[in-house]
Design a protein around this ligand. Structure first.
Ligand code: FCB
Length: 474
């Protein structure tokens, strides 16, 4: 049989049952910050604190998805999305993080899930995309072990309400950011700047993942899938010099193995414990925690944007830290001796170098390190300086090129045996990009935040074509 005679999904290299999706997160799109019983999260507090978010932007209204979800789901159906990855707002579902569930908050997700199913789009729910109830932060937030137990209760509430219709659940989105940007360099909520607190938060987030996994398993029907999404780093040493290799080892430890070892192997990496020994003795790890954290999960979600190039620090030639994260302080605990450099290539509006090979490197590494574990790309995409032309169209060729390159990398990884089951583009809609506010647009659908008008960009039409054909148009 010639290659031409194969059905197109096979010829294209994506498995026929490959899941094509898009992703968003509650605080970034919902708005309705005080409606129907929702209480503030750490992001409400943070965004309302002067100087924390560019232009003083907040998620109070965001893309008003709370009121416009029907229109948004209709857009998803039009694009042919097979799945939609969204997050639940913890303070909407369980205001204050303790006490009774909030029926009115759950009702919103009920309506959303029903609308998705009616539109032929499979819901994929994330429980924690960074909006910790402020009351829990007031008690210590993720530095307080108790928060992990409250998370498990919230997971049980959400699963009991939606588990009959939501087949895939993710406990946490990018706990690296929650811990290291939230408690390490403070560019994310709650804005604390204490590397020891960041490591404590890291452990309690993983404990929440483990306890949450158990809670989900007991509340969900058999066959439901439980997952975790990590922003693993494609770490590259600048050269093979021993100093550069050691910098790469150190950052691989703090970005990757500090998650993968406890979650999949039930221990923390010895070199990371040694590297961080001056900051903490890790006594917050209690007996039994690692067994809890390493409960089996069904897949791993990977968010990828740009690689991480590191070298040995050169005190004679200090360079600005270019690890893709804003802020004057380093988010990396114990990164002494490490220099972060930009990868080659053009940059997105975030200043992040475009380098699709990093995604291939990550996916094939996970193929080797975690044999057989299904992988999902749960976020990938790019911000560019989009504008609406006089005809009302948004032409975004750079985003199309970015997506083409990264989907080609996914296809190459699949061809080389990486068990990648799906791809969720970040993001469906322009939205509140955390500390950058509305200044960065990641959507394939343009949002005019004044009128809330949605306009699919050229990239949305391009992605619809990818989904329709299972192939990458030129
Ligand atoms: C990821 C976040 C997501 C979005 C993208 C650009 O780190 O998970 O919410 O902000 O970056």
């Amino acid at each position: 049989m010639t290659v031409e005679a194969l059905p197109s999904p096979v010829r294209a290299g994506f498995p026929a049952d490959f899941v094509w999706g898009a992703a968003t997160a509650a605080y970034q799109i919902e708005g309705a910050a005080t409606l129907d019983g929702r209480t503030p999260s750490i992001w409400d507090t943070f965004s309302h604190t002067p100087g924390k978010v560019r232009n003083g932007d907040t998620g109070d209204i965001a893309a008003d998805h709370y009121h416009r979800y029907r229109e948004d789901v209709a857009l998803m159906s039009e694009l042919g999305l097979g799945a939609y990855r969204f997050s639940l707002s913890w303070p909407r579902v369980r205001p204050g993080g303790r006490g009774p569930a909030n029926r009115a908050g759950l009702d919103f997700y009920d309506r959303l899930v029903d609308e998705l199913l009616a539109g032929g789009v499979t819901p994929v729910a994330t429980l924690y995309h960074w909006d910790l109830p402020q009351e829990l932060e007031d008690r210590g937030g993720w530095t307080d072990r108790d928060t992990a137990y409250r998370f498990a209760e919230y997971a049980a509430i959400a699963a009991a309400a939606l588990g009959d219709r939501v087949p895939t659940w993710t406990t946490l989105n990018e706990p690296w950011c929650s811990a290291f940007l939230g408690y390490g360099n403070g560019v994310h909520a709650p804005g604390r700047t204490d590397p020891a607190a960041a490591l404590t938060a890291h452990h309690h987030l993983l404990l929440a993942h483990g306890l949450g996994t158990a809670a989900l398993r007991s509340a969900l029907p058999a066959g439901a899938q439980v997952s975790l999404t990590l922003n693993l780093a494609a770490v590259r040493p600048l050269s093979t010099d021993p100093g550069d290799l050691d910098a790469a080892r150190r950052i691989d430890g703090l970005a990757n193995r500090i998650f993968l070892d406890p979650v999949f192997h039930g221990h923390y990496p010895a070199d990371v414990l040694a590297d961080t020994a001056q900051l903490t003795d890790w006594s917050f790890v209690r007996d039994g925690d690692l067994a809890e954290i390493s409960r089996p999960i069904d897949s791993l979600g990977i968010n990828y944007y740009t690689p991480t190039v590191v070298a040995a620090d050169d005190p004679a030639a200090p360079a600005p830290r270019q690890d893709g994260h804003a802020g004057e302080l380093s988010p990396w605990p114990a990164d002494r001796g490490v220099r972060f450099l930009p990868a080659e290539g053009s940059r997105t509006a975030m200043g992040w170098p475009v380098d699709a090979d990093g995604l291939y490197e990550l996916l094939t590494r996970l193929r080797d390190d975690l044999p057989g574990l299904p992988l999902l790309v749960t976020e990938n995409g790019a911000a560019y300086e989009d504008y609406t032309d006089p005809s009302g169209a948004v032409h975004d060729p750079e985003r199309v090129a970015y997506l083409h390159g990264h989907l080609s990398a996914v296809r190459r990884a699949v061809a080389d045996g990486a068990p990648v089951r799906g791809y969720f583009l970040w993001s469906l809609l322009d939205n509140f990009e955390w500390a950058y506010g509305y200044s960065k647009r990641f959507g394939i659908v343009h949002v005019d935040f004044a009128s809330q008008r949605r306009t699919p960009k050229d990239s949305a039409r391009w992605y619809a074509e990818v989904i329709r054909t299972g192939d990458l148009p030129h």
